[in-house]
Design a protein around this ligand. Structure first.
Ligand code: SF4
Length: 309
């Protein structure tokens, strides 16, 4: 992340500390203390700029055990301590991915207990009657032509919403970074669904709002933050990750950002405006009543497709 010359330079902000991080898109060279400080300040500014959280919210932080979600929990825990009327808890979902999820769940349990944060757990098995491993090994799944991630993503979103609502949350905070948000806008554009919703911004309506306080924070800074403040996180990659459509978009955007620093911020700006203008009025799934852009929501479509015959 640093050249040998940068490593002996001093911080642009305080002028004293040894440089440990170079923000290429802004030109800032930061010492450890100023990196952490500016990182946390940006999260607070993002929350204020988009009105993501309110003073009296009961916030459910969706945690998976990865670097992004545990870093988000760490930062929001710090912020929450300054807002006495706000409450915060963590919610985690066991998708039932053999040989992968157990380590992540153990890390989530240990870290929430270290921070003194209540943890609410749920699972695909409990809510949908099948684990992800059971779904992907079924004949109906193989015949459906779906990828594991196309099933897992919507079911996990729904599971988090259900668990958060049951625990009395007024909002769900997810750890989607700038990279994730731009990837999602791009995927929506490629599917012709760009105008249907804003990603990670607070919306009014019957569904529990989902907000992304890291939407202005690049993923590589979240990784660096997690290492810098000593957050233990799962490094093993999900065995189904290579089947994700998102992977191709991620690869393209990461390469583009490396060649042209600042492109992700520029893309977000372009995507945000049309999406905010084009937002359609809400529709509701005819089966479960959840907010959706189609007649049947994605989760109900999936459950119908993979249901054992
Ligand atoms: Fe689920 Fe795919 Fe993520 Fe694995 S990589 S946890 S299957 S969405």
């Amino acid at each position: 992340m640093l050249t040998s010359l940068e490593a002996v330079q001093t911080c642009n902000v305080c002028g004293g500390g040894r440089v440990v991080y170079h923000r290429v898109y802004s030109g800032e060279r930061l010492c450890r203390r100023c990196f952490v400080k500016t990182f946390e300040k940006r999260v607070l500014r993002t929350i204020a700029r988009y009105g993501l959280l309110r003073m009296d919210d009961r916030v459910a932080v969706a945690v998976s055990g990865g670097k992004d979600s545990l870093s988000l929990l760490h930062v929001l825990r710090k912020i929450e301590s300054k807002f006495p009327r706000a409450q915060l808890f963590a919610v985690t979902v066991d998708e039932g991915i053999e040989g992968y999820r157990d380590e992540a769940l153990r890390l989530v349990e240990q870290y929430t207990s270290r921070l003194g944060v209540q943890l609410v757990k749920t699972s695909f098995k409990e809510l949908f009657g099948m684990s992800l491993s059971e779904i992907v090994s079924s004949r109906t799944f193989r015949e459906s032509g779906l990828a594991a991630c196309s099933v897992c993503g919507p079911l996990r979103r729904k599971a988090i919403n259900i668990a958060a609502k049951r625990a009395g949350a007024t909002v769900v905070a997810t750890a989607h970074t700038l990279d994730d948000v731009v990837q999602t806008y791009m995927l929506k554009a490629l599917r012709g669904e760009l105008g249907s919703s804003d990603i990670g911004l607070r919306s009014e309506g019957p569904a529990i709002p989902r907000v992304a306080p890291f939407r202005l924070t690049p993923e590589r800074e979240v990784v660096f933050y997690a290492y810098t403040v000593g957050i233990p996180f799962q490094t093993q990659v999900c065995p189904n990750a290579s089947t994700s459509m998102r992977n191709s978009v991620r690869r393209f955007l990461t390469e583009f950002e490396e060649k042209h620093p600042g492109s992700l911020f520029a893309a977000l700006k372009s995507f945000e405006k049309p999406a905010q203008k084009n937002g359609k009025s809400q529709r509701f799934c005819r089966s479960c009543g959840d907010v959706t852009s189609r007649e049947l929501c994605r989760v109900c479509e999936i459950l119908q497709a993979v249901k054992p015959m």
